[in-house]
Write a protein that binds this ligand. Structure first.
Ligand code: ATP
Ligand code: MG
Length: 554
């Protein structure tokens, strides 16, 4: 797809432009900080395109940093999938992959610095007591009885915590800020807790782990991040972000800016919900083609270009919004319309026998791979006496609007001849099983000589040379625009989100690469699925054709 050369602009880029113009920074350094507790989804793609896109356009740097402070929920498989997905989207991180866990020693040191300054204390209050003392939006909190413990004693208690001398939940380390702050996150937030958990990077070295808010700002500063971009739910936490950096000894002072997260219709983008879909087997896995994950979109047949174009089209603002699924679909359709070779596949086959075509003869026809792009070349397709056409492309009787095959009438076979339906054979239930036709041998690439004008063009596949394939017709996973708003979001899963067909595809499709997009003429865009084997071809429908195309032949 031709991505426009015009750089997107948005309020964050305007801030950067100003910082560079004012000499606040001489270069830009961003980061993408996923927590490795699930697969990346299309919402993450927005953040990836923003952070890596800025680094690219300003000749700056962008780190990939795993925010790995919750060992119990994290997994090395997630780490690997995230690296793969970022690369697939077409981005490269600067230097080595970073992990917040790389900084556990330093973070521990900064926690001690706060303790020494009388700015952090170990609290043995129960969780319930802490909740009560926190107050609420209308009521200020109250100070914990442990708030005035001396720095020396706190230091020794924190060392004991670190040495595993306290049980999980027995105590936490809290920053001493302001229990009356209007920002709840400033009411003496927890910055370290005891957790006897094995960590995918640090093994069993630690039994205390830092909290996100304490870790994130320090990791940013240690990496020399200039602009720390995150989603709006962290707006209040910006106070805490700045407070931590102001109160420890560290050189760099990154600034946090918030933008609105992507919400997409007919799907869910919360990792908790995505995990539920996988664990409860509503889908076949993280890369099920109906999932909004990068892995799912890739398997569905989305290209990195289309996902990047989508992120460009939605832009970056501070406004909460819900993006139409049609916008994402339009991006892949535009890409594949320009770049996908054409092919023919019959999804619901009915047999056609051309009685005046010699039995056993194979005529090799040539078909252009793309109607508007000669550089994509052409391919051979075998034409034989027995063919398949789409069952819905034939009717015994029809009005003029039905521009397909009708008994006693003519239609053009795409890339081949004009045929006429002469009679049909039916099974006991009255279903048409075979359509006997004749063909006009003088109509290859030209209209019939006597001025007859067959209405419509239909696709077909040779019955003897076509290859059986399972075709998986994917649709939106949910049947309501905002499933997250439902009582039980899984109840609104679209029962038609996957329909399997036993199709027949033209022989050239037997050998195509997994994931490469093809337009099955008149049927939509498809790609070969990775589960295909030597004996079984599987194609996934990426997206249907544009609506105007779908109307042809109605
Ligand atoms: P979830 O809330 O689903 O668990 P998360 O925000 O915790 O997602 P992270 O792995 O922490 O997921 O996200 C990494 C980065 O991607 C963060 O900077 C986050 O703000 C951003 N991000 C996550 N979801 C979206 C979204 N829907 N739109 C834009 N950015 C997102
Ligand atoms: Mg997060």
């Amino acid at each position: 797809m031709a991505e426009t050369e015009i750089r997107p602009t948005n309020f964050i880029r305007q801030i950067i432009d100003k910082d560079l113009a004012d000499g606040v920074h001489s270069s830009v350094h961003t980061r993408f900080p996923p927590e490795p507790n699930g697969y990346l989804h299309i919402g993450h793609a927005k953040s990836i395109c923003l952070n890596f896109g800025i680094a690219q356009d300003y000749q700056g740097q962008c780190n990939l940093r795993f925010d790995d402070t919750n060992p119990e929920k994290e997994d090395i498989d997630y780490v690997n999938s995230i690296m793969e997905d970022v690369k697939w989207l077409g981005f490269e991180w600067s230097g080595e992959v970073c992990y917040s866990s790389n900084y556990f020693d330093k973070l521990h040191g900064y926690a001690k610095e706060l303790i020494n300054k009388g700015l952090a204390y170990v609290d043995f209050s129960s969780q319930e007591a802490m909740r009560e003392m926190r107050g609420n939006l209308k009521q200020p909190g109250t100070n914990s009885p442990y708030r005035d413990t001396s720095p020396a004693e706190n230091l020794s208690l924190f060392e004991k915590m670190t040495a595993g001398e306290f049980k999980e939940g027995e105590c936490v380390l809290r920053a001493k800020i302001d229990m009356a702050s209007p920002f709840m996150c400033m009411r003496d937030p927890v910055i370290y807790r005891v957790k006897f958990a094995h960590h995918h990077q640090t093994g069993d070295k630690w039994c205390v782990y830092p909290m996100y808010d304490f870790t994130h700002c320090i990791s940013d500063a240690l990496e020399g991040i200039t602009h720390s971009l995150c989603t709006l739910e962290f707006q209040d936490n910006r106070r805490l972000y700045d407070w931590v950096l102001e109160n420890i000894t560290i050189d760099c002072v990154p600034r946090q800016y918030e933008f609105s997260r992507l919400n997409l219709e007919y799907t869910v983008l919360s990792k908790r919900k995505l995990i539920q879909l996988v664990e409860e087997h509503h889908v076949a896995g993280w890369d099920d083609p109906r999932m909004p994950t990068i892995a799912g979109l890739r398997r569905r047949g989305y290209t990195p270009e289309a996902v990047r174009e989508f992120c460009k089209r939605i832009g970056v603002t501070k406004m909460d919004n819900m993006v139409e699924m049609g916008m994402l679909e339009a991006c892949i359709r535009d890409d594949l319309n320009a770049n996908a070779p054409r092919a023919m596949a019959v999804l619901d086959p009915v047999k056609v026998i051309i009685e005046n075509f010699p039995e056993g003869e194979i005529e090799t026809l040539t078909a252009a791979n793309h109607p508007n792009d000669d550089s994509m070349g052409s391919r051979d397709i075998p034409f034989t006496r027995e063919l398949y056409i789409e069952a819905e492309d034939f009717r015994e009787e029809a009005n003029k609007k039905f521009k397909r095959l009708v008994l006693d009438k003519e239609v053009r076979l795409r890339n081949a001849y004009v045929i006429k339906a002469e009679r049909v054979e039916k099974d006991e239930q009255g279903n048409v099983t075979t359509i006997y036709c004749s063909y006009d041998a003088d109509t290859l690439g030209k209209d019939p000589a006597d001025g007859r004008k067959p209405k419509g063009v239909i696709h077909w596949v040779s019955a003897s040379h076509g290859v059986p394939a399972e075709v998986r017709l994917y649709d939106r996973l949910f049947s309501v625009p905002n499933p997250a708003a439902e009582d039980e979001f899984t109840a609104s899963i679209n029962p038609e989100s996957l329909v399997c067909m036993n199709a027949v595809v033209e022989p050239s499709l037997a050998e195509v690469a997994v994931g490469k997009g093809y337009q099955f003429e008149r049927m939509g865009y498809f790609c070969k699925d990775k589960a295909s084997s030597a004996d079984k071809l599987i194609f996934n429908r990426t997206v249907g054709l544009r609506d105007s195309w779908a109307k042809i032949g109605e």
